[in-house]
Ligand binder design. Structure first.
Ligand SMILES: Cc1cc2nc3c(=O)[nH]c(=O)nc-3n(C[C@H](O)[C@H](O)[C@H](O)COP(=O)(O)O)c2cc1C
Length: 371
């Protein structure tokens, strides 16, 4: 059943929520290749940072990735409203406010989850943003600050009355960070007490987990973050399982290695060789987890410095996993790519401020197929 987030109708029930350092344009393009309908979001953007530098590539959106939200963080209502207006201009379908980030660098400045201890300020932020933009406003938060202050139900009610159109609730406290297990029963309490859509979040790594979370919480949708790392197929597998009860197998190793390669080439093209290879390392490691005797390959992946390195290691792994036919399948895809080293990121508009002109056509920044 479609979910209505204010004026936005979302076709599916699955959301890939913000992950700093992960959900960039390239990652989202990879998710969109395997799933057309899920809800997407950018990495979090500093509202204060935007005051000094209103152009940031974190807000680059491609035309084919809607529905998508831009997440902002901060604690000054007027500065947050300004950031939300920039997000709206960039073409976001909704603006999400981060009230869940547990990292001290963020919470020390009253940002992220620290706002759960300042509900009046949190309300003011939502109202200020709501008055500044016409796209829906959503909020992502946790169960509370710590075990003795689990205020997610009242906090959610306050967020709703301030004008938010949906919430995402991660079933952990700030004190837990990512330890322990997510408590879905508290998410159920939030759902029971709110009228706007609720996305339940925390510890969904298999399609069956998503079904159990929705069943246990009554939530409208499910947000899946870490489960997608090196495993974007989880999203369409969840959607199919929820819609039909059919549990698709994950793709075979060679297909996984092909998508890993494409992800890495996207990063090299979009971010340039140095940053692209460095950011590719952990993604490639994630894609190869679980493959038989792959540990030595992961060791080598920590040291890649070029597209050629990526091809050499992944093609060997394809051969180990699926013989010469596996290697052939892998190299047949590689052949379509121009592997020349790219010292500089693509699409640099050369205006001296390091900014990119939106909207970015992601197909233009991904490596071009040779004619
Ligand atoms: C690497 C990483 C970066 C994250 N960055 C953000 C962020 O920028 N904003 C946010 O609201 N949550 C962020 N999160 C939290 C996730 O969106 C999600 O709430 C959390 O991982 C729990 O869901 P999961 O069990 O499905 O991973 C991040 C999580 C990870 C692992």
């Amino acid at each position: 059943m479609p979910i209505k987030i204010g004026s936005l109708t979302v076709p599916g029930r699955v959301y890939v929520p913000p992950m700093a350092g992960v959900t960039d344009l390239v990652f989202r393009n990879i998710v969109r290749r395997v799933d057309k309908g899920c809800l997407l979001a950018t990495e979090m953007v500093s509202s204060k940072g935007l005051m000094y530098k209103p152009e940031t590539r974190i807000m680059d959106l491609a035309s084919d990735e809607h529905p998508i939200g831009i997440q902002i963080f901060g604690h000054e209502p007027d500065i947050m409203a300004n950031a939300a207006q920039i997000a709206e201009k960039k073409g976001a379908d909704f603006v999400d406010i981060n009230m869940g980030c547990p990292v001290p660098k963020i919470t020390n400045g009253k940002d992220g989850c620290a706002l759960m201890r300042e509900p009046d300020l949190a309300r003011e932020i939502v109202m200020s943003i709501k008055g500044a933009v016409s796209i829906p406003v959503t909020v992502k938060f946790r169960l509370g600050w710590d075990d003795s202050t689990k205020n997610c139900v009242e906090f959610g009610q306050m967020i709703e009355s301030a004008g938010a159109s949906a919430v995402t609730v991660h079933g952990r406290t700030r004190a837990q960070r990512y330890t322990g297990t997510a408590d879905w029963t508290m998410i159920a309490e939030v759902k029971k007490n709110l009228n706007i859509p609720v996305f339940g979040n925390g510890d969904v790594f298999q399609p069956e987990d998503a079904a159990r979370l929705l069943e246990m919480t009554g939530a409208d949708g499910v947000a899946v973050a870490r489960g997608t790392l090196g495993n974007p197929w989880l999203i369409p597998r969840i959607t199919k399982y929820l819609d039909t009860g059919i549990l698709d197998e994950p793709p075979d190793s060679v297909e996984r290695l092909i998508l890993a390669f494409q992800h890495s080439m996207g990063l090299l093209a979009y971010k340039g060789q140095r940053v692209g290879t460095s950011e590719s390392r952990r993604h490639l490691i994630n894609y190869t987890k679980g493959m038989h005797k792959s540990a030595p390959y992961r060791n080598r992946l920590t040291q890649i410095e070029s597209a050629a390195d990526v091809v050499a290691i992944l093609s060997e792994l394809a051969e180990q996993e699926a013989g010469t036919e596996g290697k052939r399948r892998f190299l047949a895809v590689v052949e379509n790519y121009d592997l020349h080293d790219r010292e500089h990121p693509c699409e640099w508009n050369g205006n001296g401020e390091g900014s990119f002109q939106p909207p970015v056509n992601v197909h233009a920044v991904l490596p071009v197929a040779k004619p």
